[in-house]
Design a binder for this molecule. Structure first.
Ligand code: SF4
Ligand code: SF4
Length: 394
């Protein structure tokens, strides 16, 4: 058996299980090449053909390039890597960064090239002013870049604007059964897929939240199901069940993990989940959310805010402080409110009350934004926001 494939925008087969190359095993401060090689070869042998790395993942492009070259496997797989657009100041720096990536990857082309963590259409606009569209067209013509996409953490409205801003071939979003209505969410996934984009999924396990230290109630629910599956398989099946999902990335760093993921992928397909299984996962979501700060569903009826506050994004991050720990929540909050030219922070709120009229959950949004702000907008956040805005202005 082999891992199944789904077509990308141009009909090329992409394995539904992708290899995330950010978490290769380290030994003495460097990537353990021999161990990583065994894991990569096992995945390729099982049919995995999508490998996701990035310029800023330490040592990852170099390790991937070395392993593929010494096994003569470059032409058997697709390499996806990313332009750190936040470091790009000119067309020359695009060229220099890309050339460095080709050198590290020991290849003459990149199959899937992403703008790394594109935050909004304004950030894309800045790159356009530097001539990126022209540069990408030239790279596509020469065959050095086969397909162009972007990776994204943010809300669904901004995501749609970004999808519309360029003729993308694919995109990469954070998506899992706990984030169905946050970040780009199901709305964003369906929107991108309807436009023909291949959609690559990152964080399918929500950074481990869906497999580690599960609440007893959630584990009990999984245990009660007739067929035994690991929490990771449940999470992946939920994604593969959806036809709009092209490929699910997994940061594999053990042979057991490769084998388990391959086995799960071989047994999955669009429409693979029953109604009873979906209902069980809904109950798991309730158990996982028991420590939430606020009952926001991410429906976005309260948006847009005249002061640019990302209300659902703020509440999703604040909830994460309760469910996944304060550090993780604050990280999400910084990603969704500070990592952009115009802040979308809770502190922009002027308490006009417009949003509260539309909230079906009757959340006291103004009061809860103040509470969220108290927990998440500490001195470190303010400092980071200032620094990011200075960098983004240039
Ligand atoms: S109350 Fe605050 S968050 Fe709500 S719409 Fe007004 S400014 Fe925006
Ligand atoms: S309307 Fe209410 S539930 Fe919906 S996103 Fe806004 S705050 Fe959350």
């Amino acid at each position: 058996m082999s891992v199944p494939y789904r077509p990308d925008k141009h009909g090329n087969p992409v394995s539904i299980l992708g290899y995330g190359c950010m978490r290769f095993t380290q030994k003495a401060g460097r990537i353990d090449i021999d161990k990583t090689e065994k894991e990569l070869l096992a995945a390729i042998d099982a049919g995995v053909n999508y490998f996701d790395t990035a310029y800023v993942y330490p040592g990852s492009e170099t390790a991937l390039g070395e392993i593929l070259e010494r096994n003569g496997l470059r032409d058997k797989v697709n390499i996806a890597t990313k332009l750190p657009h936040y470091l790009i100041k000119s067309r020359e720096s695009m060229e220099k960064t890309f050339a460095e990536e080709l050198r590290r990857l020991r290849t003459d082309h990149v199959d899937y090239y992403l703008m790394h963590m594109l935050t909004d259409d304004k950030t894309w606009g800045r790159l356009c002013e530097l001539g990126i569209e022209d540069w990408l067209s030239e790279k596509k013509r020469s065959g050095q870049i086969r397909q162009v996409g972007f990776s994204y953490h943010g809300n669904s409205d901004t995501f749609k604007a970004l999808v519309d801003a360029y003729d993308w071939d694919f995109c990469q979003i954070q998506y899992n059964y706990l984030d169905e209505h946050s970040q780009a969410g199901r709305t964003g996934l369906d929107y991108a897929a309807a436009k023909g984009l291949a959609v690559i999924i990152m964080e399918p396990l929500r950074g481990g939240r869906l497999v580690n230290n599960l609440p007893a109630e959630a584990q009990k629910l999984f245990d009660s199901y007739g067929e035994k599956r690991s929490p990771a398989e449940w999470a992946s099946r939920w994604l593969w069940d959806q036809e709009a999902v092209t490929c699910v990335l997994s940061g594999m760093n053990s042979l057991d993990m490769v084998r388990e993921n391959v086995r799960a992928a071989e047994r999955a397909g669009a429409g693979c989940m029953t109604e009873a299984e979906r209902a069980l996962l809904q109950k798991v979501v309730t158990a996982l959310n028991a420590n939430m700060r606020v009952g926001c569903t991410g429906c976005r009826y309260c948006m847009p805010c005249p002061k640019n506050v990302d209300i659902p994004g703020t509440f999703a991050a604040w909830n994460r402080c309760g469910t996944d720990g304060r550090f993780r929540g604050m990280y999400d909050y910084a990603m969704c409110t500070a990592l952009r030219r115009d802040s979308t922070a809770a502190s922009n709120c002027v308490e006009c009350g417009k949003c509260e009229q539309h909230c079906p959950q009757h959340i006291a949004i103004r009061r809860e934004l103040k509470n969220a702000r108290k927990e998440m907008e500490g001195p470190l956040y303010k400092l980071a926001r200032k620094a990011i805005q200075i960098v983004m202005r240039y």
